[in-house]
Design a binder for this molecule. Sequence first.
Ligand SMILES: Cc1cc2nc3c(=O)[nH]c(=O)nc-3n(C[C@H](O)[C@H](O)[C@H](O)COP(=O)(O)OP(=O)(O)OC[C@H]3O[C@@H](n4cnc5c(N)ncnc54)[C@H](O)[C@@H]3O)c2cc1C
Length: 476
Amino acid sequence: MDLLVRLASICGRENVLSDPEDLLVFEYDAGFDRSAPSAVVVPATADEVSAVVRAARDAGVPIVPRGAGTGLAGGTVACGGAIVVSTSRLRNILEIDTVGRSALVEPGVVNADLGAALRPHGLFFAPDPSSQRASTIGGNIGNNAGGPHALRYGSVVDHVLGVEMVLPDGTIAAFGGRAPDLPGYDLVPLIVGSEGTLGIVTKAWLRLLPLPEHVHTFLALFPDVGTGARAASAIIGGGIVPAAMEMLDRTTMRALNAAFDAHLPEEAGSLLLVEVEGLVEECRDQVTRIETLCRAEGAFGIRTATTAEERDALWKARKLGYPALARIKPNNYLNDAVVPRTKLPEVLGRVNGIADRYGYTIANMFHIGDGNLHPVLLFDARTEPIERVLRAAAEILRVAVDAGGMLSGEHGIGVEKEDFMTWVFAPEDLDAMRRARGALDPDGVMNPGKVLPGQKACGDIPTSRIKRGLAEGMWV
Ligand SMILES: Cc1cc2nc3c(=O)[nH]c(=O)nc-3n(C[C@H](O)[C@H](O)[C@H](O)COP(=O)(O)OP(=O)(O)OC[C@H]3O[C@@H](n4cnc5c(N)ncnc54)[C@H](O)[C@@H]3O)c2cc1C
Protein backbone atom coordinates (compact mmCIF):
# COMPACT_ATOMS: atom_id res chain seq x y z
CA MET A 1 0.00 0.00 0.00
CA ASP A 2 1.19 3.52 -0.76
CA LEU A 3 2.75 5.10 2.36
CA LEU A 4 0.50 8.17 2.29
CA VAL A 5 -2.61 6.00 2.14
CA ARG A 6 -1.36 3.90 5.03
CA LEU A 7 -0.50 6.99 7.11
CA ALA A 8 -3.97 8.41 6.41
CA SER A 9 -5.58 5.16 7.50
CA ILE A 10 -3.69 5.42 10.82
CA CYS A 11 -4.12 9.11 11.66
CA GLY A 12 -6.94 10.29 9.43
CA ARG A 13 -6.47 11.98 6.08
CA GLU A 14 -6.61 15.48 7.56
CA ASN A 15 -3.57 14.66 9.69
CA VAL A 16 -1.28 13.77 6.81
CA LEU A 17 0.22 16.65 4.82
CA SER A 18 1.88 16.12 1.47
CA ASP A 19 1.07 19.17 -0.68
CA PRO A 20 4.28 21.12 -1.42
CA GLU A 21 2.84 24.34 0.01
CA ASP A 22 1.89 22.55 3.27
CA LEU A 23 5.38 21.05 3.51
CA LEU A 24 7.10 24.41 3.05
CA VAL A 25 6.87 25.40 6.70
CA PHE A 26 8.29 22.04 7.77
CA GLU A 27 11.46 22.49 5.67
CA TYR A 28 13.35 24.21 8.45
CA ASP A 29 13.49 25.01 12.13
CA ALA A 30 14.88 28.26 13.56
CA GLY A 31 18.29 27.46 12.11
CA PHE A 32 19.68 27.86 8.59
CA ASP A 33 19.53 24.46 6.94
CA ARG A 34 16.49 23.33 5.07
CA SER A 35 15.16 20.35 3.18
CA ALA A 36 11.58 19.40 2.39
CA PRO A 37 10.10 16.29 4.05
CA SER A 38 8.22 13.89 1.80
CA ALA A 39 5.20 14.13 4.14
CA VAL A 40 4.19 15.35 7.58
CA VAL A 41 2.04 13.19 9.81
CA VAL A 42 0.35 14.27 13.02
CA PRO A 43 -0.56 11.29 15.24
CA ALA A 44 -2.72 11.71 18.36
CA THR A 45 -1.66 8.72 20.50
CA ALA A 46 1.43 6.64 21.21
CA ASP A 47 -0.22 3.74 19.37
CA GLU A 48 -0.64 5.91 16.30
CA VAL A 49 3.02 7.01 16.55
CA SER A 50 4.01 3.35 16.72
CA ALA A 51 1.89 2.46 13.68
CA VAL A 52 3.32 5.44 11.75
CA VAL A 53 6.88 4.33 12.53
CA ARG A 54 6.11 0.77 11.38
CA ALA A 55 4.53 2.05 8.16
CA ALA A 56 7.51 4.28 7.37
CA ARG A 57 9.89 1.43 8.05
CA ASP A 58 8.00 -0.92 5.78
CA ALA A 59 8.25 1.72 3.06
CA GLY A 60 11.97 2.25 3.73
CA VAL A 61 11.40 5.92 4.59
CA PRO A 62 13.30 7.63 7.45
CA ILE A 63 11.51 9.48 10.26
CA VAL A 64 12.12 12.89 11.88
CA PRO A 65 10.39 13.74 15.19
CA ARG A 66 9.33 17.38 15.46
CA GLY A 67 7.99 19.55 18.28
CA ALA A 68 7.56 23.28 17.71
CA GLY A 69 10.53 23.54 15.34
CA THR A 70 12.29 26.24 17.40
CA GLY A 71 15.55 24.27 17.42
CA LEU A 72 18.51 26.27 16.17
CA ALA A 73 20.72 23.49 14.80
CA GLY A 74 18.56 21.95 12.05
CA GLY A 75 17.57 19.01 14.25
CA THR A 76 14.18 18.72 12.55
CA VAL A 77 15.40 19.16 8.98
CA ALA A 78 14.20 16.14 7.01
CA CYS A 79 17.31 14.49 5.60
CA GLY A 80 17.02 11.62 3.12
CA GLY A 81 13.41 12.25 2.03
CA ALA A 82 12.19 11.55 5.55
CA ILE A 83 8.66 12.00 6.83
CA VAL A 84 8.20 14.38 9.74
CA VAL A 85 6.23 13.13 12.75
CA SER A 86 4.79 16.19 14.47
CA THR A 87 3.79 16.02 18.14
CA SER A 88 1.32 18.91 17.90
CA ARG A 89 -1.68 16.68 18.73
CA LEU A 90 0.05 15.07 21.71
CA ARG A 91 -0.60 17.99 24.03
CA ASN A 92 -2.12 16.55 27.17
CA ILE A 93 -0.89 17.05 30.70
CA LEU A 94 -1.93 13.61 31.93
CA GLU A 95 -1.18 13.92 35.62
CA ILE A 96 0.17 16.36 38.18
CA ASP A 97 1.22 14.58 41.35
CA THR A 98 1.44 17.38 43.90
CA VAL A 99 2.53 15.06 46.69
CA GLY A 100 5.17 13.13 44.77
CA ARG A 101 6.09 16.32 42.86
CA SER A 102 6.04 14.86 39.38
CA ALA A 103 4.03 15.35 36.21
CA LEU A 104 3.23 12.99 33.37
CA VAL A 105 2.93 14.85 30.09
CA GLU A 106 2.72 14.24 26.37
CA PRO A 107 5.62 15.57 24.29
CA GLY A 108 3.69 18.29 22.45
CA VAL A 109 2.91 20.19 25.67
CA VAL A 110 4.38 23.68 25.40
CA ASN A 111 6.88 24.44 28.17
CA ALA A 112 5.18 27.68 29.28
CA ASP A 113 1.72 26.00 29.29
CA LEU A 114 3.06 23.41 31.71
CA GLY A 115 4.42 26.23 33.89
CA ALA A 116 1.00 27.90 33.90
CA ALA A 117 -0.73 24.64 34.85
CA LEU A 118 1.71 24.03 37.72
CA ARG A 119 1.70 27.50 39.28
CA PRO A 120 -1.64 27.14 41.12
CA HIS A 121 -0.20 24.04 42.80
CA GLY A 122 2.86 25.99 44.01
CA LEU A 123 5.12 23.93 41.74
CA PHE A 124 7.28 24.49 38.67
CA PHE A 125 9.26 22.64 36.01
CA ALA A 126 12.69 24.26 36.21
CA PRO A 127 14.01 24.21 32.61
CA ASP A 128 12.96 27.51 31.04
CA PRO A 129 14.46 27.98 27.57
CA SER A 130 13.94 31.49 26.23
CA SER A 131 11.73 29.88 23.59
CA GLN A 132 9.44 28.47 26.29
CA ARG A 133 6.30 30.20 25.00
CA ALA A 134 6.55 28.01 21.89
CA SER A 135 8.93 25.09 22.46
CA THR A 136 7.60 21.71 23.55
CA ILE A 137 8.61 19.29 26.28
CA GLY A 138 9.51 16.71 23.57
CA GLY A 139 11.82 19.22 21.87
CA ASN A 140 13.23 20.30 25.24
CA ILE A 141 14.04 16.63 25.89
CA GLY A 142 15.39 16.12 22.35
CA ASN A 143 17.87 18.98 22.77
CA ASN A 144 18.42 18.72 26.54
CA ALA A 145 17.41 22.36 26.68
CA GLY A 146 18.80 24.79 29.19
CA GLY A 147 17.64 28.29 29.92
CA PRO A 148 18.35 31.12 32.35
CA HIS A 149 17.56 29.04 35.43
CA ALA A 150 19.74 26.11 34.34
CA LEU A 151 22.46 27.85 36.34
CA ARG A 152 20.90 26.79 39.61
CA TYR A 153 18.68 23.91 38.60
CA GLY A 154 20.53 22.23 35.73
CA SER A 155 19.20 21.45 32.27
CA VAL A 156 16.38 19.13 31.19
CA VAL A 157 18.35 15.95 31.84
CA ASP A 158 18.23 16.76 35.57
CA HIS A 159 14.44 16.98 35.52
CA VAL A 160 13.29 13.97 33.49
CA LEU A 161 12.43 10.96 35.64
CA GLY A 162 11.44 8.73 32.76
CA VAL A 163 10.07 8.53 29.25
CA GLU A 164 7.82 6.35 27.15
CA MET A 165 9.31 6.13 23.67
CA VAL A 166 8.43 4.59 20.34
CA LEU A 167 11.61 2.84 19.23
CA PRO A 168 12.80 2.88 15.62
CA ASP A 169 11.16 -0.55 15.04
CA GLY A 170 7.78 0.70 16.30
CA THR A 171 7.96 -0.94 19.75
CA ILE A 172 6.64 1.18 22.61
CA ALA A 173 9.04 0.98 25.57
CA ALA A 174 9.35 2.82 28.89
CA PHE A 175 12.56 3.88 30.59
CA GLY A 176 12.73 5.19 34.15
CA GLY A 177 9.49 6.43 35.64
CA ARG A 178 7.94 8.15 38.60
CA ALA A 179 9.98 6.19 41.14
CA PRO A 180 13.63 7.23 41.36
CA ASP A 181 16.57 4.85 40.94
CA LEU A 182 14.90 1.98 39.10
CA PRO A 183 17.18 -1.03 38.74
CA GLY A 184 18.81 -1.90 35.42
CA TYR A 185 20.52 0.34 32.90
CA ASP A 186 19.38 3.94 33.11
CA LEU A 187 18.82 4.94 29.49
CA VAL A 188 17.03 8.20 30.30
CA PRO A 189 20.18 10.37 30.25
CA LEU A 190 21.10 8.78 26.90
CA ILE A 191 17.70 9.61 25.43
CA VAL A 192 17.64 13.18 26.75
CA GLY A 193 19.69 15.22 24.29
CA SER A 194 19.71 12.50 21.62
CA GLU A 195 18.00 14.91 19.19
CA GLY A 196 15.35 12.47 18.05
CA THR A 197 17.87 9.90 16.85
CA LEU A 198 16.85 7.08 19.19
CA GLY A 199 13.07 7.18 18.97
CA ILE A 200 10.01 9.36 19.47
CA VAL A 201 9.20 10.28 23.06
CA THR A 202 5.47 9.89 23.58
CA LYS A 203 5.24 10.54 27.33
CA ALA A 204 7.57 11.99 29.94
CA TRP A 205 7.62 11.86 33.72
CA LEU A 206 9.00 15.17 34.89
CA ARG A 207 10.45 16.23 38.23
CA LEU A 208 8.69 19.25 39.76
CA LEU A 209 10.04 21.71 42.30
CA PRO A 210 8.22 23.87 44.85
CA LEU A 211 8.04 27.56 43.96
CA PRO A 212 10.59 29.46 46.04
CA GLU A 213 9.47 31.48 49.06
CA HIS A 214 11.17 34.62 47.81
CA VAL A 215 12.62 35.86 44.51
CA HIS A 216 14.86 38.89 44.13
CA THR A 217 15.66 40.15 40.64
CA PHE A 218 17.98 43.02 39.77
CA LEU A 219 20.17 44.54 37.07
CA ALA A 220 23.83 45.42 37.58
CA LEU A 221 25.06 48.00 35.05
CA PHE A 222 28.62 47.89 33.70
CA PRO A 223 30.63 50.14 31.42
CA ASP A 224 31.36 47.33 28.95
CA VAL A 225 31.03 43.61 28.26
CA GLY A 226 34.45 42.73 29.72
CA THR A 227 33.72 44.18 33.18
CA GLY A 228 30.31 42.46 33.26
CA ALA A 229 31.91 39.13 32.33
CA ARG A 230 34.58 39.52 35.02
CA ALA A 231 31.88 40.24 37.62
CA ALA A 232 29.95 37.11 36.58
CA SER A 233 33.08 35.05 37.02
CA ALA A 234 33.80 36.68 40.42
CA ILE A 235 30.27 35.92 41.66
CA ILE A 236 30.52 32.20 40.90
CA GLY A 237 34.15 32.16 42.04
CA GLY A 238 32.95 33.70 45.31
CA GLY A 239 30.84 30.60 45.94
CA ILE A 240 27.48 32.16 45.10
CA VAL A 241 25.24 30.44 42.56
CA PRO A 242 22.32 32.71 41.72
CA ALA A 243 19.17 31.13 40.28
CA ALA A 244 19.92 32.90 37.00
CA MET A 245 22.51 35.30 35.65
CA GLU A 246 22.15 36.66 32.12
CA MET A 247 24.20 39.18 30.17
CA LEU A 248 22.82 41.70 27.67
CA ASP A 249 25.06 44.13 25.80
CA ARG A 250 24.21 47.64 24.65
CA THR A 251 23.35 46.58 21.09
CA THR A 252 20.72 44.20 22.45
CA MET A 253 19.36 46.75 24.92
CA ARG A 254 18.98 49.35 22.17
CA ALA A 255 17.12 46.87 19.97
CA LEU A 256 14.82 45.87 22.85
CA ASN A 257 14.05 49.47 23.76
CA ALA A 258 13.30 50.31 20.15
CA ALA A 259 11.15 47.23 19.55
CA PHE A 260 9.33 46.77 22.85
CA ASP A 261 9.88 49.95 24.86
CA ALA A 262 11.74 47.84 27.40
CA HIS A 263 13.26 50.77 29.37
CA LEU A 264 16.66 49.10 29.59
CA PRO A 265 19.62 51.31 30.59
CA GLU A 266 21.38 52.04 27.31
CA GLU A 267 23.95 54.12 29.18
CA ALA A 268 25.47 50.76 30.24
CA GLY A 269 27.81 48.88 27.91
CA SER A 270 26.47 45.65 29.39
CA LEU A 271 24.19 44.53 32.17
CA LEU A 272 23.83 41.44 34.28
CA LEU A 273 20.27 40.34 34.95
CA VAL A 274 20.59 38.45 38.22
CA GLU A 275 17.95 36.48 40.09
CA VAL A 276 18.32 34.86 43.48
CA GLU A 277 15.71 32.60 45.04
CA GLY A 278 15.12 30.97 48.40
CA LEU A 279 14.33 32.04 51.93
CA VAL A 280 14.09 35.80 52.47
CA GLU A 281 17.16 35.98 54.73
CA GLU A 282 19.23 33.79 52.38
CA CYS A 283 18.32 36.02 49.41
CA ARG A 284 19.15 39.21 51.31
CA ASP A 285 22.61 37.91 52.17
CA GLN A 286 23.31 36.74 48.60
CA VAL A 287 22.16 40.02 47.06
CA THR A 288 24.45 42.03 49.33
CA ARG A 289 27.42 39.88 48.42
CA ILE A 290 26.65 39.92 44.69
CA GLU A 291 26.23 43.69 44.65
CA THR A 292 29.56 44.14 46.44
CA LEU A 293 31.34 41.90 43.92
CA CYS A 294 29.69 43.70 40.99
CA ARG A 295 30.76 47.12 42.27
CA ALA A 296 34.30 45.84 42.83
CA GLU A 297 34.43 44.87 39.13
CA GLY A 298 33.16 48.28 38.00
CA ALA A 299 29.34 48.18 38.21
CA PHE A 300 28.09 51.77 38.31
CA GLY A 301 24.46 51.09 39.10
CA ILE A 302 22.06 48.51 40.51
CA ARG A 303 18.37 48.50 39.61
CA THR A 304 16.05 46.22 41.52
CA ALA A 305 12.67 44.95 40.37
CA THR A 306 10.38 45.98 43.22
CA THR A 307 7.17 44.31 42.03
CA ALA A 308 6.23 41.06 40.31
CA GLU A 309 5.24 43.13 37.25
CA GLU A 310 8.69 44.73 37.05
CA ARG A 311 10.32 41.32 37.37
CA ASP A 312 8.10 39.88 34.62
CA ALA A 313 8.95 42.87 32.39
CA LEU A 314 12.69 42.21 32.79
CA TRP A 315 12.32 38.55 31.88
CA LYS A 316 10.00 39.32 29.02
CA ALA A 317 12.60 41.73 27.65
CA ARG A 318 15.32 39.09 27.99
CA LYS A 319 13.26 36.47 26.22
CA LEU A 320 12.26 38.79 23.36
CA GLY A 321 15.87 39.66 22.60
CA TYR A 322 16.15 37.75 19.31
CA PRO A 323 13.08 39.16 17.58
CA ALA A 324 14.14 42.64 18.72
CA LEU A 325 17.43 42.30 16.85
CA ALA A 326 15.52 42.35 13.56
CA ARG A 327 15.28 46.10 14.20
CA ILE A 328 18.97 46.34 13.39
CA LYS A 329 19.34 43.84 10.53
CA PRO A 330 16.73 41.51 9.06
CA ASN A 331 18.74 38.33 9.62
CA ASN A 332 20.90 36.99 12.37
CA TYR A 333 23.02 33.96 13.07
CA LEU A 334 22.94 32.82 16.67
CA ASN A 335 26.11 31.04 17.75
CA ASP A 336 25.89 28.56 20.59
CA ALA A 337 28.97 27.40 22.45
CA VAL A 338 30.04 27.03 26.04
CA VAL A 339 33.37 28.08 27.53
CA PRO A 340 34.90 27.92 31.00
CA ARG A 341 33.50 31.00 32.79
CA THR A 342 36.92 32.37 33.68
CA LYS A 343 37.80 32.50 29.97
CA LEU A 344 34.72 34.55 29.04
CA PRO A 345 36.31 38.04 29.08
CA GLU A 346 39.15 36.87 26.82
CA VAL A 347 36.86 34.83 24.53
CA LEU A 348 34.36 37.69 24.17
CA GLY A 349 37.22 39.99 23.14
CA ARG A 350 38.31 37.52 20.45
CA VAL A 351 34.73 37.02 19.26
CA ASN A 352 34.33 40.77 18.83
CA GLY A 353 37.62 40.81 16.92
CA ILE A 354 36.25 38.21 14.46
CA ALA A 355 33.01 40.17 13.99
CA ASP A 356 35.03 43.37 13.35
CA ARG A 357 37.25 41.65 10.82
CA TYR A 358 34.22 40.40 8.90
CA GLY A 359 32.41 43.71 9.36
CA TYR A 360 29.38 42.28 11.21
CA THR A 361 27.58 43.98 14.05
CA ILE A 362 27.45 41.57 16.96
CA ALA A 363 24.89 41.37 19.77
CA ASN A 364 25.53 39.49 23.00
CA MET A 365 22.72 38.14 25.12
CA PHE A 366 23.36 34.91 26.93
CA HIS A 367 23.31 32.70 30.01
CA ILE A 368 26.64 33.99 31.26
CA GLY A 369 26.37 32.20 34.60
CA ASP A 370 27.02 28.81 33.09
CA GLY A 371 29.49 29.97 30.48
CA ASN A 372 27.11 29.82 27.53
CA LEU A 373 28.23 31.98 24.69
CA HIS A 374 25.58 33.23 22.24
CA PRO A 375 27.12 35.98 20.10
CA VAL A 376 24.60 36.89 17.40
CA LEU A 377 25.95 37.98 14.02
CA LEU A 378 23.61 40.49 12.39
CA PHE A 379 23.42 40.67 8.63
CA ASP A 380 21.18 41.22 5.63
CA ALA A 381 20.83 38.10 3.53
CA ARG A 382 19.61 40.12 0.57
CA THR A 383 23.07 41.59 0.14
CA GLU A 384 25.44 39.48 2.25
CA PRO A 385 26.27 35.84 1.41
CA ILE A 386 25.33 33.33 4.08
CA GLU A 387 28.49 31.30 3.44
CA ARG A 388 30.52 34.25 4.78
CA VAL A 389 28.40 34.40 7.96
CA LEU A 390 28.88 30.67 8.44
CA ARG A 391 32.66 31.08 8.04
CA ALA A 392 32.70 33.75 10.75
CA ALA A 393 30.52 31.52 12.96
CA ALA A 394 32.91 28.59 12.49
CA GLU A 395 35.82 30.82 13.56
CA ILE A 396 33.90 31.82 16.68
CA LEU A 397 33.24 28.18 17.48
CA ARG A 398 36.93 27.39 17.05
CA VAL A 399 37.85 30.14 19.52
CA ALA A 400 35.44 28.63 22.06
CA VAL A 401 36.84 25.12 21.56
CA ASP A 402 40.44 26.34 21.77
CA ALA A 403 39.56 27.99 25.09
CA GLY A 404 38.57 24.58 26.45
CA GLY A 405 34.89 24.97 25.59
CA MET A 406 32.31 22.83 23.79
CA LEU A 407 30.46 22.93 20.48
CA SER A 408 27.07 23.56 22.01
CA GLY A 409 25.86 25.00 25.27
CA GLU A 410 22.26 23.96 24.77
CA HIS A 411 21.03 24.06 21.16
CA GLY A 412 22.42 20.69 20.12
CA ILE A 413 24.42 19.57 17.10
CA GLY A 414 21.72 18.77 14.54
CA VAL A 415 22.96 19.06 10.97
CA GLU A 416 24.54 22.39 11.73
CA LYS A 417 27.58 21.27 13.69
CA GLU A 418 28.04 17.57 13.00
CA ASP A 419 31.17 18.21 10.95
CA PHE A 420 32.74 19.98 13.93
CA MET A 421 32.32 16.95 16.21
CA THR A 422 35.79 15.76 15.16
CA TRP A 423 37.22 18.91 16.78
CA VAL A 424 36.30 17.67 20.22
CA PHE A 425 35.92 13.88 19.96
CA ALA A 426 38.47 11.23 19.00
CA PRO A 427 37.49 8.66 16.34
CA GLU A 428 37.14 6.08 19.14
CA ASP A 429 34.68 8.33 21.02
CA LEU A 430 32.58 8.87 17.92
CA ASP A 431 32.66 5.18 17.13
CA ALA A 432 31.33 4.34 20.60
CA MET A 433 28.51 6.86 20.08
CA ARG A 434 27.71 5.31 16.70
CA ARG A 435 27.51 1.88 18.29
CA ALA A 436 25.23 3.14 21.09
CA ARG A 437 22.93 4.68 18.49
CA GLY A 438 23.09 1.53 16.36
CA ALA A 439 21.96 -0.61 19.30
CA LEU A 440 18.53 1.06 19.25
CA ASP A 441 18.44 2.00 15.57
CA PRO A 442 20.56 -0.50 13.62
CA ASP A 443 19.17 0.65 10.26
CA GLY A 444 19.60 4.36 10.93
CA VAL A 445 15.99 5.29 10.17
CA MET A 446 15.43 7.71 13.07
CA ASN A 447 16.41 11.30 12.29
CA PRO A 448 19.28 10.37 9.98
CA GLY A 449 22.07 12.81 9.21
CA LYS A 450 22.06 14.39 12.66
CA VAL A 451 24.63 14.67 15.45
CA LEU A 452 27.34 12.29 14.19
CA PRO A 453 29.62 13.35 11.33
CA GLY A 454 29.87 11.77 7.89
CA GLN A 455 26.56 9.98 7.78
CA LYS A 456 25.49 8.30 4.60
CA ALA A 457 21.83 9.27 5.01
CA CYS A 458 22.44 12.98 4.58
CA GLY A 459 25.14 12.42 2.00
CA ASP A 460 22.51 10.65 -0.09
CA ILE A 461 20.39 13.74 -0.45
CA PRO A 462 20.74 15.39 -3.84
CA THR A 463 22.57 18.63 -3.10
CA SER A 464 19.80 20.63 -4.74
CA ARG A 465 17.49 19.61 -1.91
CA ILE A 466 19.66 20.81 0.97
CA LYS A 467 19.96 24.49 0.52
CA ARG A 468 21.51 26.88 2.91
CA GLY A 469 18.51 29.13 3.19
CA LEU A 470 16.95 31.45 5.63
CA ALA A 471 14.49 30.76 8.33
CA GLU A 472 12.95 34.16 7.88
CA GLY A 473 10.52 35.48 10.44
CA MET A 474 11.69 32.71 12.66
CA TRP A 475 10.22 34.04 15.86
CA VAL A 476 6.78 32.71 16.62
C1 LIG B 1 14.30 32.68 20.25
C2 LIG B 1 14.84 31.37 20.69
C3 LIG B 1 15.34 31.25 21.98
C4 LIG B 1 15.86 30.02 22.41
N1 LIG B 1 16.33 29.93 23.69
C5 LIG B 1 16.81 28.76 24.14
C6 LIG B 1 17.29 28.63 25.47
O1 LIG B 1 17.30 29.58 26.26
N2 LIG B 1 17.76 27.42 25.86
C7 LIG B 1 17.78 26.34 25.01
O2 LIG B 1 18.22 25.27 25.42
N3 LIG B 1 17.32 26.44 23.76
C8 LIG B 1 16.83 27.61 23.30
N4 LIG B 1 16.37 27.69 22.00
C9 LIG B 1 16.42 26.51 21.13
C10 LIG B 1 15.11 25.65 21.13
O3 LIG B 1 14.00 26.46 21.39
C11 LIG B 1 15.18 24.52 22.16
O4 LIG B 1 16.17 23.59 21.78
C12 LIG B 1 13.85 23.76 22.33
O5 LIG B 1 14.02 22.79 23.34
C13 LIG B 1 13.34 23.08 21.06
O6 LIG B 1 12.00 22.67 21.29
P1 LIG B 1 11.01 22.41 20.06
O7 LIG B 1 9.73 21.92 20.60
O8 LIG B 1 10.94 23.58 19.19
O9 LIG B 1 11.79 21.21 19.34
P2 LIG B 1 12.13 20.97 17.81
O10 LIG B 1 12.95 22.09 17.27
O11 LIG B 1 10.90 20.63 17.08
O12 LIG B 1 13.05 19.66 17.95
C14 LIG B 1 14.29 19.71 18.59
C15 LIG B 1 14.95 18.32 18.54
O13 LIG B 1 14.22 17.43 19.37
C16 LIG B 1 13.75 16.33 18.61
N5 LIG B 1 12.39 16.02 19.10
C17 LIG B 1 11.31 16.82 19.13
N6 LIG B 1 10.26 16.18 19.69
C18 LIG B 1 10.71 14.94 20.01
C19 LIG B 1 10.10 13.80 20.60
N7 LIG B 1 8.81 13.78 20.97
N8 LIG B 1 10.85 12.69 20.77
C20 LIG B 1 12.16 12.66 20.41
N9 LIG B 1 12.78 13.70 19.85
C21 LIG B 1 12.07 14.83 19.65
C22 LIG B 1 13.77 16.79 17.16
O14 LIG B 1 13.93 15.70 16.26
C23 LIG B 1 14.96 17.72 17.15
O15 LIG B 1 16.15 16.99 16.98
C24 LIG B 1 15.86 28.91 21.54
C25 LIG B 1 15.34 29.03 20.25
C26 LIG B 1 14.84 30.24 19.82
C27 LIG B 1 14.28 30.34 18.44
